[in-house]
Design a protein around this ligand. Structure first.
Ligand code: 5AD
Ligand code: SF4
Length: 473
């Protein structure tokens, strides 16, 4: 069967469930952990569920179907899942709800074994390669009243045309590739998401055009390794449907900038080793591509980077940053950093601090190294004691926060272009939006500004957000 027929078959299951659900006014709750790719997957699960006649509800206790989309990049996600499962047990007992768990963590055998053993009330378990098959699994659970486990370890394919219910009407995520071939030694992703595979350029362009036609202003292109889009296909001569000469990430970016209506383009997460000159050129030549670039560093020590299998040195990272700063006016950078990787010495950690000082990041996502079963780093002998990891984390945090405070000062009295996203969560009188550099800005304004890009003068800074006044609409 080809993927189109597979998806068609799932649409038939959606119809079958819709019939079962008719007139019942059923509700679902979805809890998503992890990255933007997972959030995008959850939007697809929501799309399927809404077509089946379920409507979304925030209170899990009221849900007829409670769905979990899991992440396993760090250990705290596991604690969160098993904590939540206690809560779900009650929901199951009191309401007889259907409980389903999917996503990355389900690709780990020790986790599914634990669920089957200790949380036998879970009705459906599915993995990252079988998300598209959720309607069939759910149908079988409903009709046969039998637990469903649908996890495969083979290479997942690309499935187009899965229904989707997006969280926002202004900003949308578009997954352009799946999986990862890099095998950074700390990372579980290549084991749970499989090898890199890219969507056809034609399907991506069609999706972005449809988003533009529905009024979306900003899109974020997603991939575990977004800038190696179509790399495997090119290198291994794997056939893909040719479209407008697109055979690389840079060409895809350029084509997307031509789509009328889309005013902002972002992408996450690129790998520094694949940040080629054509991508830098594409960013600098289009005002639509946001100038905040996420460039994961992970460590500032060349020795640790080697152990991590990152394939660049401290110097190469800094050279890349310099080149980008030169060629991309108004460039800002964000990054990911792991502290306490096995064997990290005080000197190695100082190297990380040194890079943070030199680059002056707009935002730093900081993580304490977390051992992941099955990864090479988990087997390394020189693991760092928890106490040292935490102390280093706190030192890094202090440096990062003082950098952000300083950076924020630079915004005061400047005019920023803001994409207005909606009412502020903390105050209904205020609106919230983001700068090109993805900083949250809160300001007073009329609701009809929502969805527009307007000019706002920044008047004060508050660490994680800025306050402004509308200067021109
Ligand atoms: N421990 C801590 N952080 C990790 N990340 C990935 N794997 C681990 C791990 N085992 C971080 C990396 C990555 C981000 C998404 O999560 O910084 O870029
Ligand atoms: Fe994990 Fe490295 Fe792949 Fe990113 S590039 S998903 S950190 S293995």
């Amino acid at each position: 069967m080809n993927t189109q027929t597979d998806v068609q078959k799932q649409k038939e299951y959606i119809e079958k469930i819709k019939k079962l659900n008719q007139g019942k006014n059923l509700k679902y709750n979805i809890f998503t952990m992890g990255c933007q790719l997972n959030e995008n997957d959850s939007e697809k699960l929501s799309g399927m569920l809404e077509q089946m006649g379920y409507s979304k509800i925030e209170d899990i206790k009221q849900a007829d179907l409670a769905l979990f989309n899991t992440c396993c990049v760090r250990e705290n996600a596991e604690d969160k899942l098993f904590g939540k499962l206690g809560e779900l047990k009650k929901v199951k007992e009191e309401k007889g709800s259907i409980i389903a768990i999917g996503g990355c963590m389900m690709q780990e055998k020790h986790i599914t074994d634990k669920i089957k053993e200790s949380y036998s009330f879970v009705d459906v378990i599915f993995g990252t390669h079988t998300l598209y098959r959720f309607p069939e699994d759910l149908y079988k659970a409903l009709i046969e009243n039998k637990k469903q486990e649908d996890i495969i370890d083979i290479e997942g394919k690309i499935y187009e045309d899965i229904p989707i219910k997006r969280d926002s009407k202004i900003k949308a995520s578009v997954t352009i590739m799946n999986g990862c071939n890099n095998f950074c030694t700390y990372c579980i992703v290549p084991y749970v998401r499989g090898r890199e595979r890219s969507r056809n350029p034609k399907d991506i362009i069609k999706e972005v055009k449809e988003l533009a036609e529905s009024g979306y202003k900003e899109i974020t292109l997603l991939g575990q390794n977004v800038n190696s889009y179509l790399r495997v296909e090119r290198e291994k001569n794997i056939e893909f449907e040719k479209y407008k000469g697109i055979d690389s990430f840079a060409k895809l970016l350029k084509e997307i900038t031509k789509i009328e209506g889309i005013e902002r383009i972002r992408f996450v997460s690129p790998h520094p080793k694949d940040f080629t000159d054509d991508v830098i050129e594409a960013i600098s030549s289009s005002p639509k591509i946001c100038k905040l670039i996420h460039l994961p560093l992970q460590s500032g020590s060349s020795k640790v980077l080697k152990e991590m299998n990152r394939k660049y040195t401290k110097e190469q990272y800094l050279e890349l940053v310099e080149k980008m700063k030169k060629q991309i006016p108004n460039l800002t950078l964000s990054t990911d950093i792991i502290v306490g990787f096995p064997g990290e010495t005080e000197e190695d950690f100082e190297d990380t601090l040194d890079v943070v000082r030199k680059v002056n990041f707009e935002q730093v996502y900081m993580f304490i190294y977390s051992r992941r079963v099955g990864t090479p780093a988990d087997k390394m002998e020189n693991q760092i004691p928890e106490e040292i990891k935490h102390k280093r984390f706190d030192r890094l945090k202090e440096l990062v926060e003082s950098g952000i405070e300083k950076n924020n000062q630079k915004y005061i009295n400047t005019i920023q272009k803001i994409l207005v996203e909606g009412e502020s969560k903390t105050s209904k009188e205020m609106l919230t939006g983001r700068t090109d550099s993805n900083k949250v800005v809160i300001f007073e304004g009329d609701k009809n500004l929502i969805g527009k890009i307007i000019e706002v003068k920044i008047i004060s800074e508050h660490m994680w957000y800025l306050k402004g006044e509308v200067s021109k609409t």
